[in-house]
Ligand binder design. Structure first.
Ligand SMILES: Nc1nc2c(c(=O)[nH]1)N[C@H]1C(S)=C(S)[C@@H](COP(=O)(O)OP(=O)(O)OC[C@H]3O[C@@H](n4cnc5c(=O)[nH]c(N)nc54)[C@H](O)[C@@H]3O)O[C@H]1N2
Ligand SMILES: Nc1nc2c(c(=O)[nH]1)N[C@H]1C(S)=C(S)[C@@H](COP(=O)(O)OP(=O)(O)OC[C@H]3O[C@@H](n4cnc5c(=O)[nH]c(N)nc54)[C@H](O)[C@@H]3O)O[C@H]1N2
Ligand code: SF4
Ligand SMILES: [Mo]
Length: 759
């Protein structure tokens, strides 16, 4: 028996794990008490990494589809055939005929962190889609416009704050998002123990809301109004921080003017939040010694996602809490390109548009809600081939029935994925990566969104039994770039490291500026591939000393299996600002131009339909860990539609009865759970379910299929600034099964009982 330590790659919390192994198998996984960041915390998912590795349905070798059958083929055969077919499509139709969909685990793998960008560049396509447009892209837009870079996202300094205003997030269940804080619940307890307060704004009394000092139910999709009214009160009642009126902030008068028409009483009808509550929150927030506002999925995946995201940071700024300890601060990750001083080119939106619906590009991608349009609509630039990497859009993105049909019509689909699931069953080639425990790990994304500065590297725990994911993607890159399937990996990888070194020796802010590239390369440790690249990035990052070994390096991380704590967050202004002015733009014109819509929301009476919102579940991870039997208990918890007692009584619905949830997009079956956990007028279902489709080869998941939330989501509705789909607050009708007079047959809970296929 031996013990190893590594970081859990499953969610954003980056928990340290203590793993006991015997021979080639995992005996036990616990939280690592010595981890510098997570201090022993673990959730039920973290202990199942061994189950994921042992899962008999996980593919161990490539598959190619011949009609309805899958054949096992060799890696060389797979890449050779993909090369021929992909190049033929590019030659005939140009690079835009090939689309890419990148799913969530790409931000959790080293392959996604280091190797996907070169693939996209080699493909040269504008048809890039990711899970970001069903998630957090509004935050990138507001951050880009305010701070100059889409990745410059402030996080709540929860370890030092005295007041946390949280909207549309449930970290007791999700373990936090765009705020990496392992043991989020423990950190909130500490906040409360030191006399601080947690206020949660959510249409549902979530697990987090139950632990909060105050829960404010809000009508779905109206957070921007609530936040605007707080801004209104800050100005009206003289609560704007005096020290804040400094030259670092542009646009304060425009913000005051914008908020003028949004008094608490003006928004109270639309939000369902009493005016006095809004006033109290504004005063408490402004008078706290340090306070942070933080919004997540419930505020982003709505029609006003960018406005809400912007207002969160406006409130932080106006109260003097932006970039100060205990407020909203910026991480300083160990892997980041060094910059010299404030100012930059700023952030541009809509540099190109989608072909069919003319939707603007945002951070180089198009809204995934329009992927089906681009596949199904004939004409120049139509998508003919799709590469998916770690994604399951048939369960995760809007109007899934339509997307499902569109994927079936592709000339070529290649999926880098370990499972044959709702999406990848359409693939012509399946390229499975090794499981997490056979892969190296470093959190390139999440140490940049972390509430403390931390670095931790985990080498593979077991030798991979098939090519590592970074090699798979690198071979696809060579194919996409026209170098051929036979390109040696060492040559392709050498090209990438050489290019990275060349860029840095030309950067005056880099510790290797002006040095000889050969000397730098010779100095790098680790195996070629992601380890060597990580060493280079650490050495040239904010804690590195270039070719000197005195700074941070791969070797240092290997010496510290419990991680290295790089300290609490520190003020980062003005150097971090990359706007052309070198200041914070509080009132970007793109955002002000969107306020007409907000006025309309303020002045429109809510319609009669129920509003459907999502929720996450502790023992689930989006759509993809449902084949782990131990996590699938209690049975059918995922089919429960929460409905308020008043609505249930009106509709004649009792707990435990089967109901049909429908709207003009589709219909699903669920089981009613009558509960005042949701406010009146709101119903709640989790997402990521609906595995019972022909050809899915995930036995446990199919047995726990559940309803597919996104069958009900309209692909036409989005936050116009960011292109994020509207997943929360969508109109639905709920009725007991059998009452609609339709001919639907319901023998399996969670089965799609009716969809409007003829669109
Ligand atoms: N209605 C509604 N819809 C939502 C949401 C919601 O709140 N409500 N949330 C949205 C959000 S926040 C997200 S992030 C998306 C997620 O949407 P997606 O990213 O499309 O889907 P996931 O469920 O994360 O699926 C991950 C896929 O990656 C595969 N996979 C797992 N590990 C690896 C790996 O190491 N390498 C590779 N190559 N593949 C791997 C899995 O088999 C699976 O196919 O869903 C979104 N959809
Ligand atoms: N266990 C588990 N953990 C996960 C995941 C998982 O699937 N399972 N997924 C991971 C991913 S990819 C992400 S992005 C994160 C997301 O992490 P969170 O952002 O914490 O996401 P949720 O738990 O979905 O919480 C969203 C909350 O918003 C509320 N809500 C819905 N509509 C509105 C609204 O209009 N206004 C307000 N104020 N609230 C609203 C919902 O009721 C819900 O409580 O979780 C990650 N962690
Ligand atoms: S909270 Fe997230 S990182 Fe921590 S053990 Fe659970 S899944 Fe892994
Ligand atoms: Mo997400």
């Amino acid at each position: 028996m031996t013990t190893a330590y590594r970081t859990c790659p499953l969610c954003e919390a980056t928990c340290g794990l203590e793993i006991t192994i015997e021979g080639d198998s995992v005996k036990r996984i616990r939280g690592d008490q010595l981890d510098v960041f997570s201090r022993g915390f673990i959730c039920p998912k973290g202990s199942t990494l061994g189950d994921l590795r042992d899962d008999p349905d996980r593919l161990r070798s490539p598959r190619s589809r011949r009609g309805n059958d899958w054949v096992q083929i060799s890696w060389d055969e797979a890449f050779g055939e993909i090369d021929q077919r992909l190049q033929a499509i590019i030659r005939r139709h140009g690079p835009d005929a090939v689309a890419v969909y990148l799913g969530n685990p790409n931000v959790h793998t080293v392959a996604g962190g280091l190797y996907v960008k070169p693939l996209l560049k080699a493909l040269g396509t504008r048809n890039i889609y990711t899970a970001s447009t069903v998630d957090q892209i509004p935050k990138h837009v507001s951050a880009g416009l305010m701070f100059g870079k889409a990745g410059t996202i402030p996080v709540p300094d929860i370890d030092r704050t005295g007041y946390l205003l949280m909207l549309g997030a449930d970290p007791w269940v999700s373990n936090g998002s765009l705020a990496t804080a392992p043991d989020f619940p423990g950190r909130i307890k500490e906040l409360q123990d030191r006399g601080g307060r947690l206020v949660v704004v959510d249409p549902r009394r979530s697990r987090t809301a139950r632990e909060a000092d105050r829960h404010i139910p809000i009508r779905p999709g109206t957070d921007a109004l609530f936040l605007m009214a707080i801004v209104h009160v800050l100005f009206r009642d003289g609560l704007v921080d005096g020290a804040f009126r400094n030259p670092l902030f542009n646009g304060i008068n425009d913000v005051e003017e914008a908020a003028a028409g949004f008094s608490p009483s003006a928004v109270s009808g639309a939000t369902g939040v009493p005016a006095t509550t809004i006033e109290e929150v504004a005063h408490e927030f402004a008078s706290a010694p340090a306070a942070a506002a933080y919004g997540r999925v419930g505020t982003h995946t709505v029609e006003f996602g960018t406005l809400a995201s912007w207002l969160v940071d406006v409130i932080n700024a106006l109260t003097g809490n932006l970039d100060r300890p205990g407020g909203a601060m910026f991480s300083r990750p160990a892997v980041a390109r060094r910059r010299s001083g404030p100012g930059g080119r700023g952030f541009a939106l809509g540099r190109w548009t989608s072909r069919v619906r003319k939707l603007p590009e945002v951070i180089g991608e198009l809204p995934v809600a329009t992927l089906a349009d681009e596949i199904a609509t004939p004409g120049d630039g139509q998508i003919r081939a799709l590469v998916t990497i770690a994604g399951n859009p048939v369960l995760s993105t809007p109007d899934t029935e339509r997307l499902d049909r569109a994927l079936a019509s592709l000339e070529l689909m290649v999926s880098v994925d370990p499972y044959i699931n709702a999406t990848t069953r359409h693939a012509d080639y399946l390229l499975p990566p090794p499981p997490a425990l056979e892969s190296p790990h470093y959190d390139f994304a999440f140490y940049g969104l972390s509430v403390r500065n931390v670095a931790n590297y985990s080498p593979p725990l077991f030798a991979p039994k098939s090519p590592p994911e970074w090699e798979i993607i690198l071979r696809l890159t060579a194919i996409a770039g026209g170098y051929g399937a036979g390109t040696p990996i060492e040559a392709a990888d050498g090209f990438l490291i050489d290019a990275a070194i060349q860029r840095d020796v030309a950067n005056p802010a880099s510790p290797v500026f002006g040095l000889d590239p050969g000397e730098i390369k010779a100095k790098l440790g680790g195996d070629p591939g992601p380890e060597r690249m990580l060493d280079f990035l650490l050495r040239t990052g904010p804690y590195g000393e270039g070719v000197s070994d005195s700074g941070l390096s791969l070797a240092k991380l290997l010496d510290h299996p419990h991680g290295i704590d790089l300290g609490p967050l520190e003020p980062a202004f003005p150097d971090i600002l990359a706007t052309p002015s070198g200041r914070v733009e509080l009132a970007p014109p793109e955002i002000l131009a969107d306020l007409d819509r907000l006025e309309l929301l303020r002045d429109t009476a809510p319609g009669p339909d129920l509003k459907l919102v999502g929720r996450r579940q502790l023992r689930s991870n989006n759509s993809w860990m449902h084949n782990v039997a131990i996590l699938m208990k209690p049975a059918s918890h995922h089919s429960r539609l929460l409905i308020n007692p008043a609505d249930a009584a009106r509709l004649g619905i009792e707990s435990g009865v089967s109901v049909r949830v429908r709207n003009e997009v589709g219909a699903v079956a669920a089981v009613a759970d009558v509960s005042d956990e949701v406010m009146e007028g709101v119903v709640s279902l989790p997402h990521g379910w609906g595995h019972n489709r022909d050809g899915v080869q995930m036995a446990v998941a199919v047995a726990n299929a559940g309803p597919n939330y996104n069958t009900l989501v309209d692909s036409r509705r989005m936050d116009p600034l960011s292109g994020n789909a509207v997943l929360n607050g969508i109109d639905v009708v709920v009725e007991p099964v059998g009452q609609s007079g339709g001919a639907e047959h319901l023998d399996d809970l969670g089965t799609v009982v009716e969809t409007q296929a003829a669109k």
